[in-house]
Design a protein around this ligand. Structure first.
Ligand SMILES: C[S@@+](CC[C@H](N)C(=O)[O-])C[C@H]1O[C@@H](n2cnc3c(N)ncnc32)[C@H](O)[C@@H]1O
Length: 276
């Protein structure tokens, strides 16, 4: 431990981030907590963590504190089979229906996931010659990643994040090579038009969405940051906003938990809602 971040500070940080965001950082993550407190300390000039946590509790620096404790790792078309499942199983018939199709991306981070969803939707509309209105609501608790995502500008290392070859991304992004393996991607207006970014805390008691509002929900690689009992509560709340017959996608190491009896499992963490 460094001289001025004590184990008491680490325990307080664990308690406060859990209370605000439901993010549970067990003792095995103590060095992560310490690093993040170190960064905050330098950024905000914190002298006394006791006083700082009291300020966070009453709302001051609360957002800076949250932003410092999120983990935002993401990629374009990550776990790509979910986008192919949307394209090949859901959209061919759903896009024949004129009712607007709504997708919810519940932990959108820097935006690569919702832009991948939006790209898949526009591509599907094109190949299935559909005029069904489509939209993606993307939320996250972290305001810094939301601001980044709204810009829609990325530098992608295609060796680390291979891009799909089943669609032409140039229809949706201005693409400019920086080097052999690096490409600047700038989302075009047609893509931005169907995307809305908003802040939402999945740990909140209520979600500001309509009952059964969404056809598809992406809830990937975020439940892992919560305790199992909280994961169950989050899944239940989210599920009430999914239509019967709608699809829920979870991340590769996440589980359907208490909803198991209410879904059909298609494999690869793809679930169809069969009852409330
Ligand atoms: C690892 S990223 C996952 C990004 C994307 N879903 C993916 O699979 O690539 C996890 C995201 O969850 C967000 N997050 C953590 N706790 C949250 C909460 N209580 N409410 C909403 N978002 C949260 C973080 O800010 C972060 O951007």
């Amino acid at each position: 431990m460094s001289n001025n971040i004590s184990s008491n500070d680490i325990n307080k940080a664990r308690e406060v981030i859990y209370k605000i965001a439901g993010i549970y950082l067990p003792p095995s993550k103590d060095s992560t907590i310490k690093n993040r407190l170190d960064i905050l300390k330098r950024k905000l000039g914190i002298q006394d963590f006791e006083a700082f946590f009291n300020q966070v509790r009453v709302g001051q620096f609360k957002q800076e504190f949250i932003n410092a404790f999120t983990t935002n790792k993401t990629d374009f078309f990550r776990e790509g089979f979910h986008f192919e499942d949307m394209l090949n199983r859901i959209l061919p018939h759903r896009l024949r229906d004129s009712e607007p199709l709504k997708v919810y991306c519940s932990a959108s981070s820097t935006g690569e996931e919702p832009y991948s969803i939006a790209t898949t939707l526009l591509y599907a509309k094109d190949i299935y010659r559909s005029s069904t209105p489509v939209s993606v609501l993307a939320t996250d608790i972290d305001t810094s990643v939301l601001e980044f995502a709204k810009k829609g500008k990325y530098l992608v290392n295609t060796k680390l994040n291979p891009l799909p070859n089943w669609l032409d991304l140039k229809d949706y992004f201005e693409m400019r090579h920086k080097s052999e393996n690096e490409v600047f991607m700038d989302a075009k207006q047609n893509l931005k038009n169907i995307l809305t970014f908003k802040q939402h805390n999945l740990y909140d008691a209520r979600y500001p969405f309509g009952v059964k509002e969404f056809d598809i929900i992406f809830c990937r690689n975020v439940l892992i940051y919560f305790k199992v009992s909280d994961q169950e509560q989050i899944l239940s709340k989210m599920f009430s906003h999914l239509k019967i017959g709608g699809t829920l996608y979870l991340g590769h190491s996440e589980s359907i938990l208490n909803l198991a009896s209410k879904v059909d499992r298609l494999g690869k963490n793809t679930f169809i809602k069969i009852m409330d």
